[in-house]
Write a protein that binds this ligand. Structure first.
Ligand SMILES: *Cc1c(COP(=O)(O)O)cnc(C)c1O
Length: 381
């Protein structure tokens, strides 16, 4: 028998979360339209499925987000997989192409590409595609990761329009990415730069990630005759981009549930210690359980004593240091627990992945993406 650990991916939770985001954008469009009489339209949604759908699996993402207006990722192989599995709407490469050979595949598979640097424009200028490539020219509005600097953007965009004239490019959009949409201060400064530099240029627009989509849905609405796209990722998996608001408060459901079982119990006396480094010492007689889950499964080693965990349906805490294949839990609130008792590490019937992440000094994104390949995956409708 294999170790009693598995991860369940709920395709219906993915679909539910997409519908929640769509509804949120529809409401924003309705309120904005009522407020100023403009017929604001909700933006289209690129469901971001990079990093194998944030650890949930590319096929699961394609299935769960079948109703998305488009899919977005970085990896060309993942993009081809989505197209080959039958997704027919736009697919966006968030970092664009890396070498000329990628352009042939982008053409063949009808991919849309970000263009963020001069070298990519040069590659396009040398390309002889049979079909024009749709692109978004990216502005570095302050994050300083990808994109043309504000003073270089105008020339880059003009060059893209020339390539469009030559039939190399199809639609030419503009795009940027926010560094602080989840934090106080938010999007204002970068949005101001984006408007100043790209305002008035033709073509579709794409600016918002999950945090901006949830907190400032109004900035992505489309005026009549224009096209706008949001790029939510983390919220579609039922995790939160915010430190101060959980995913459930937006009606989002966790799509990944990591579960295991108790494989041993120990009775500690006062003064007995648990695990490597003896980081936890009992101050009174304590019964503990040993769970078949460790950092080699993707559970964070930095989740120390007190990290929430659910055993036999009851919330308790991790004790001591997480080891490679096991971790210890306090069975005080679960006196009936024994070998075989189910454990929820995070997800539908456990703590949220964000709570576990916070206890480990990281974010839910990292835990979802770091789920180890050795954990067997079950996919449910
Ligand atoms: C990852 C990513 C997103 C999605 O970000 P979330 O915070 O997960 O919503 C959007 N746009 C770009 C360019 C990204 O790299």
């Amino acid at each position: 028998m294999p170790r009693p650990i598995s991860v369940t991916i709920s395709v219906s939770a993915l679909a539910h979360n997409l519908a929640v985001v769509r509804q949120h954008l529809h409401q924003a469009a309705a309120s904005a339209s009522a407020a100023d009489g403009t017929q604001w339209a909700p933006p289209a949604i690129w469901a971001v499925i990079k990093a194998h759908s944030y650890g949930h699996g590319t096929p699961q993402g394609v299935q769960g987000f079948a109703q998305a207006d488009g899919l977005a990722m970085l990896d060309l192989a993942e993009a081809l997989e989505c197209r080959e599995s039958g997704f027919s709407r736009p697919i966006l490469l968030l970092e664009g192409f890396f070498e000329p050979g990628d352009l042939e595949l982008a053409e063949q598979y009808r991919l849309t590409s970000v263009v963020h640097c001069r070298e990519q424009l040069d590659m396009l200028a040398r390309a002889r595609p049979a079909r024009a490539l749709d692109v978004f020219v990216k502005l570095n509005s302050g994050m300083n990761r990808l994109g043309f600097a504000p003073d270089a953007y105008g020339a880059a965009h003009a060059r893209a329009l020339e390539l469009q004239q030559q039939g190399i490019l199809g639609s030419v959009g503009r795009m940027t990415h926010f560094a602080n949409a989840d934090a106080p201060g938010g999007v204002a400064r970068q949005l101001e730069v984006f408007e100043r530099v790209t305002g008035g240029l033709p073509g579709p627009v794409s600016i918002s990630n999950s945090a901006a989509t949830l907190r400032y849905p109004e900035i992505a609405l489309a005026r009549p005759g224009t096209e706008s796209w949001v790029r939510p990722g983390i919220c579609l998996y039922g995790a939160s981009p915010f430190a101060d608001a959980d995913a459930a408060s937006f009606g989002l459901k966790p799509a990944m549930s990591l579960r295991s079982r108790i494989i041993a119990t120990q009775q500690l006396r006062a003064g007995d210690a648990v695990g490597y480094g003896s980081l936890y010492t009992a101050d009174a007689p304590t019964r503990i359980g040993v769970v078949a889950c460790g950092y080699a499964d993707g559970y964070p080693r930095h989740a120390g004593t007190g990290t929430p965990i659910v055993v036999g349906g009851i919330r308790t805490r991790v004790l001591g240091r997480v080891s490679m294949d096991m971790l210890a839990v306090d069975l005080t609130p679960v006196p009936d627990a024994g070998i075989g008792t189910p454990v929820s590490l995070w997800g539908a019937d456990g703590p949220s992945v964000d709570e576990v992440a916070q206890a480990a000094g990281t974010i839910g994104y990292e835990l979802l993406c770091a789920l180890a390949t050795r954990v067997p995956v079950r996919t449910t409708a």
